[in-house]
Design a protein around this ligand. Structure first.
Ligand code: PDD
Length: 282
């Protein structure tokens, strides 16, 4: 039996009770984070918590705990569950109240976090994955890590039905991001990635990737690219907390580069692995 964080208490999983009138359940009215854990050590926890508080603020939800307290509770949760490699799922909803669209006055947020053991998808890192291109039908505040995931869920299902790992989304021919990842392309020794704005989630792994690029001397242009430019990229990468740095080797039947993960991608993956090794050893 595992443990969950329920508001400010660590309790047995079965003790968590979610009200059927919780606005997370009825409206998707809340925000979340997925945070990776390697050998019991939480990766980029500060960065995730920073984004969690920012997302909450953007939807006018005040988290009733200090960041430091939440950080401590999440570390304790990992420890109590004896988690090795896996992830923390953390969400907060506006709380429960009789159904109405505007915020009920006396509402109190409900926070829940749980953990899951999950091995790193090493075969994907090694061999690469296939992707499909779909229209980005989500709303215009993709910078918020909202619980409203119907757009990505539908895109991911379509990708799955086509035998693809990810859907690469576009708006009017401009690549935004993946259904649950950021998308990057490499051409002539430059890494291109969508600029940080309301069209994408500012991925924590994206920022780690950019740090890795700097460390290995790969210039970065934070500049959106078109679908046409995507087909000319010699390497395409998706990044996310759980997918880390995953090479994309085929997009709707179009072979990317040589059809194998490229040299820059390999170097970026090595740099990323070095960061994890340092973390786990220290
Ligand atoms: N997805 N863009 C979108 C739309 C995402 O949902 C995610 C993460 C990312 C990458 O962000 P990060 O590197 O901070 O994980 C980009 C998470 C993992 C998920 O929903 O499972």
């Amino acid at each position: 039996m595992g443990y969950s964080l329920w508001n400010n208490r660590i309790v047995l999983d079965k003790e968590v009770i979610i009200d059927r009138e919780d606005r997370g359940y009825q409206f998707g009215d809340g925000v979340y984070e997925v945070i990776k854990v390697y050998d019991g050590i939480v990766f980029t926890l500060n960065e995730h918590l920073e984004r969690f508080y920012t997302s909450a603020e953007k939807i006018k939800l005040m988290i009733p705990f200090k960041k430091d307290k939440l950080l401590m509770l999440l570390r304790e949760l990992v420890h109590k569950n004896n988690l090795g490699t896996g992830h923390i799922y953390l969400q907060i909803t506006r709380g429960s109240g009789s159904r109405q669209h505007h915020f009920p006055h006396t509402i109190k947020p409900v926070l829940v976090a749980n953990v899951k053991e999950n091995p790193r998808p090493l075969a994907n890192f090694e061999n690469g994955v296939k992707a499909t291109i779909l229209e980005d039908i989500r709303w215009l505040r993709c910078d918020i890590k909202t619980l409203n995931l119907l757009g990505p869920v539908l895109a991911k299902q379509e990708a799955y039905e086509k035998g693809c790992y990810e859907a690469i989304l576009h708006r009017n021919g401009v690549v935004t991001e993946g259904a649950s990842s950021n998308v990057h392309g490499i051409l002539d020794g430059v890494l291109y990635t969508h600029q940080v704005d309301n069209m994408i989630l500012n991925g924590i792994t994206r920022n780690v990737l950019l740090a890795c690029a700097k460390e290995i001397g790969l210039p970065v242009k934070e500049q959106a690219f078109t679908l046409e430019q995507l087909t000319t990229m010699t390497e395409v990468i998706i990044t996310s907390t759980t997918s880390e740095i995953t090479p994309v080797i085929e997009i709707d039947g179009h072979v990317v580069g040589t059809g194998k993960p490229g040299e820059w991608t390999r170097k970026l993956q090595q740099q990323f692995n070095a960061k994890i090794s340092v973390l786990v050893r220290s």
